[in-house]
Design a binder for this molecule. Structure first.
Ligand SMILES: [Zn+2]
Length: 313
C-alpha cells in the first residue's frame, strides 16, 4: 500500500460534483491533484458549484485554474496542477498518463466513456461520481468489476447530459465518494456501487454485473480515435475541441472578419449579436447562442486558420 502523499490523482470535470469532491480530497494530503476542465465560471454555476464565488465571474476564469488557486490556499502540501481544456478521445491518454487514480465528475456521457476506456486499458482505478435530477451514483471501477461502459449499458440513469441536479446531491455524493476512495486506498472491503436518491432520501448498495460483451473491459481493445469533437453542454452551449494548442496572437488578426474580438494570451472571444465563441489557447471552443449546424459551419470556415497556427517549438 503506497502512502497517500506519493499518489497522483486526476479529477475530470470541475462542476457541481467536482468542486464538492475537491473541497474534501484537496485537504487529504495527496502528492498531486491534477484538475482537468475546459469550462469557464459563470454566474449560473454559483448555485451548485461550491468552489466558486461572484468575484470569479467578473473576468474570464477557467474552472480548473480557479480550483487550483483556491485549493493552494487550503493545502500547501499537495501540488495542484490545472489543465484548462476539455478531455477528448485524442488527448485523454496523454492527459491522464501517470495518474494513480482518476475521479470522473464530468457532466457528459461521451467524456465519461472516453475516461473509462483509458483507465480500463491502462489499469488505472477510476471512481465515477454522477448525478441526474434527484439521483446520484458513485461507482468504483477497479480490478474485474463492471466498468462504466457496462454500467451505461445497464442503466440510462447515468446518462446525465444537461440534467439539472438536486442541490443536496453534490455534497452527499462527495461524502460517499470520499468514503469509498479511502476504503479503496486502505484496501478495505467496501461497496463498489452506491445509489443515492434525494427523493425521500435513500442510500443503497447496488451489485452491477460486468457485461460479458462489453467492448471495453471484456476485450480491452486499443483506444480508437473517433473525433467528431462536438459536445452539447448544459445551458445550451456547444463545445468543440481541436485537441491542439493554438497560437492566439497568430490567429487574432485573421479572425477580425468573423466578429468583434476581445482577448488576452489565454483566450479570444468572438462576439456577434446574440452569440459568441470563446477560443482557448488549448484549442477548445465554447459556442453560446449557436445551433449545432451553425457551430459546425463555423468550425469548417476557421479550421484552416487554426491548423496553420503552430506553437513555436
Ligand atoms: Zn465494461
Amino acid at each position: 500500500m503506497r502512502k497517500i502523499s506519493e499518489l497522483r490523482l486526476a479529477l475530470v470535470g470541475c462542476g457541481a460534483l467536482g468542486s464538492a469532491v475537491l473541497q474534501l480530497i484537496g485537504r487529504l494530503g495527496f502528492g498531486e491533484i491534477h484538475i482537468i476542465d475546459g469550462d469557464i465560471v459563470t454566474e449560473s454555476n454559483l448555485r451548485t458549484q461550491v468552489l466558486f464565488e461572484i468575484g470569479d465571474t467578473k473576468i474570464i476564469n477557467y474552472k480548473a485554474d480557479l480550483a487550483k488557486n483556491k485549493l493552494e490556499d487550503i493545502n500547501s502540501e499537495t501540488r495542484f496542477q490545472s489543465s484548462p481544456f476539455y478531455l477528448t478521445e485524442k488527448n485523454a491518454e496523454e492527459t491522464l498518463k501517470g495518474s494513480d487514480i482518476v475521479i470522473d465528475t464530468t457532466d457528459n456521457t461521451k467524456t465519461r466513456l472516453t475516461v473509462n476506456k483509458v483507465c480500463v486499458l491502462k489499469g488505472i482505478p477510476l471512481l465515477e461520481i454522477m448525478a441526474k435530477k434527484k439521483e446520484a451514483m458513485v461507482h468504483m471501477v477497479s480490478g474485474e468489476n463492471a466498468c462504466f461502459n457496462c454500467l451505461y449499458s445497464a442503466s440510462k440513469m447515468i446518462d446525465n447530459e444537461c440534467a439539472s441536479i438536486d442541490p443536496s446531491l453534490p455534497p452527499i455524493s462527495a461524502g460517499v465518494a470520499l468514503n469509498m476512495l479511502l476504503s479503496f486506498l486502505n484496501e478495505e472491503i467496501a461497496p463498489k456501487t452506491v445509489l443515492i436518491s434525494a427523493d425521500g432520501f435513500n442510500v443503497s448498495r447496488l451489485k452491477i454485473k460486468r457485461l460479458e460483451t462489453c467492448d471495453v473491459c471484456s476485450k480491452r481493445r486499443d483506444i480508437k480515435v473517433k473525433e467528431n469533437g462536438f459536445i452539447q453542454v448544459c445551458g445550451g452551449g456547444i463545445k468543440f475541441s481541436f485537441s491542439r494548442r493554438v497560437m492566439l496572437h497568430d490567429v487574432y488578426s485573421k479572425l477580425v472578419e468573423y466578429g468583434e474580438l476581445e482577448g488576452d494570451n489565454n483566450y479570444i472571444i468572438l462576439r456577434n449579436p446574440g452569440r459568441s465563441v470563446l477560443i482557448s489557447d488549448y484549442g477548445d471552443l465554447l459556442f453560446t447562442g449557436y445551433e449545432l449546424e451553425e457551430a459546425k459551419k463555423f468550425i469548417e470556415s476557421i479550421k484552416p486558420i487554426i491548423l496553420a497556427s503552430q506553437p513555436s517549438p
